[in-house]
Design a protein around this ligand. Structure first.
Ligand code: HEM
Length: 162
């Protein structure tokens, strides 16, 4: 991990996931129970996942992304944007895509039970807000995006004057 983590409360997010590894061998069923309770319509989209491997892979890659996002932040902020676009190919709307991080938080909170602390709650709340800001900033072609429109304007303005 870098000397100075990208996220001020990185230690609390990391501690919550370390505790999770101690108390639960495989959080996958609990995470997806939360997912399908929140988004029942998403269940059929996993039709290719006949043995649970895709769900497991998606979760472990998301855990890795969370740890990179709070720590060194070498790739996670970009991965969130690229996976969001990839998921459009699976017909997973962006608004649904981004909720997976909060779904993981809910599952970790449930599994840690009495070990879940107010510091973990604060750290996850702030991290989710920061992830959401990155997600909102990802350019999209299917709807107006104020962030992207402002940058496009900045880029094209000199040419418009010429
Ligand atoms: C509620 C939100 C989400 C839903 C409903 C969803 C749904 C899906 C589905 C249906 C697949 C399987 C595609 C196939 O048939 O091969 C998949 C794969 C995958 N998902 Fe998600 N996803 C969500 C959020 C996320 C997030 C937040 C991440 C990570 C940032 C992620 C990472 C992946 C990865 C790594 C795969 C494996 C293949 C790939 O690279 O696309 N997913 N997801």
């Amino acid at each position: 991990m870098a000397d100075i983590p990208a996220f001020a409360r990185a230690a609390d997010v990391e501690a919550s996931l370390e505790r999770l590894a101690e108390v639960c061998e495989d959080p996958t069923p609990v995470v997806y129970r939360h997912m399908f309770a929140a988004h029942p319509t998403m269940q059929p989209y996993f039709w290719r996942d006949t043995n649970g491997a895709i769900k497991g892979e998606m979760l472990s890659r998301t855990f890795e992304a969370i740890l990179d996002f709070v720590g060194e932040r070498r790739y996670a902020q970009h991965m969130i944007g690229t996976e969001m676009v990839t998921h459009e190919g699976y017909e997973v709307p962006r608004e649904v895509f981004v909720t997976f991080f909060g779904i993981i938080r809910d599952a970790v909170r449930e599994l840690l039970a009495a070990d879940w602390t107010p510091a973990f709650e604060t750290a996850w709340t702030e991290m989710l807000a920061e992830i959401d800001a990155y997600a909102q900033a990802t350019p999209r072609s299917d709807a107006a995006n104020a962030y992207f429109a402002a940058r496009l304007e900045e880029f094209t303005a000199p040419y418009a004057k010429a």
